[in-house]
Design a protein around this ligand. Sequence first.
Ligand SMILES: C[S@@+](CC[C@H](N)C(=O)[O-])C[C@H]1O[C@@H](n2cnc3c(N)ncnc32)[C@H](O)[C@@H]1O
Length: 209
Amino acid sequence: MREENLSLRAKYNITAMFYDVLDYPWERIYRQWRPFILGDLRGKVLEAGVGTGRNFQHYHDSVELTGVDLSDVMLRKAAKKAKKANCKIELLHDDASVMNLVESNQYDWIISTFLCCVMPDEFQPMTLKQFSRVLKPGGKFRLLEMIYSKNRKIRRRQDFFTPFVEKVYGARFDRKTVQYIEESDELEITSKRFLKDDVYLFIEGIKKG
Ligand SMILES: C[S@@+](CC[C@H](N)C(=O)[O-])C[C@H]1O[C@@H](n2cnc3c(N)ncnc32)[C@H](O)[C@@H]1O
């Protein structure tokens, strides 16, 4: 684990205790999207930043899932949800920008929902390198992230929430995830679309070559 990530881990080890309750108003929206983001995946899937395991119930029962998270307390919550999931789940306490517990060329899919918006920009290119290392040739990825809106009314609301989301989740709306994927030699975006307003960005892509 990178030393620079210890404070983010400490933040999530506290946030974990009330994460599902605190995030409930937003989760009521997100849970409508999770089935179509995850339901058609098959094979070996690596989910980076599993959090409390909210995606688990939406994976097909044939999926072999590896879940990675920085926070051991989030992982403890995830372990409880893993028991109720239909698919096989292995949880690893690891940093997605390092992934030293994960072997190369193993996975058909990489999934992350709301990981990159909490990840400091300087670690994102390293994380994308790890994604491409652990994906099989031709493996695919799906990411769901939040970004700043161009709509002034929505932007005002985001500005209001910015100090809260940064303090509690370490999240920011100005991460440059799309730019880093476009600059990557190994990954390629195949589609990008918003799931709500111009804020919730769903990115799909593939490992090149
Ligand atoms: C906003 S939560 C999202 C949780 C979950 N994916 C969801 O959709 O509800 C972000 C999660 O990413 C984890 N995380 C942040 N940085 C990470 C890193 N470098 N490696 C692995 N997990 C990380 C946090 O501990 C937290 O559990």
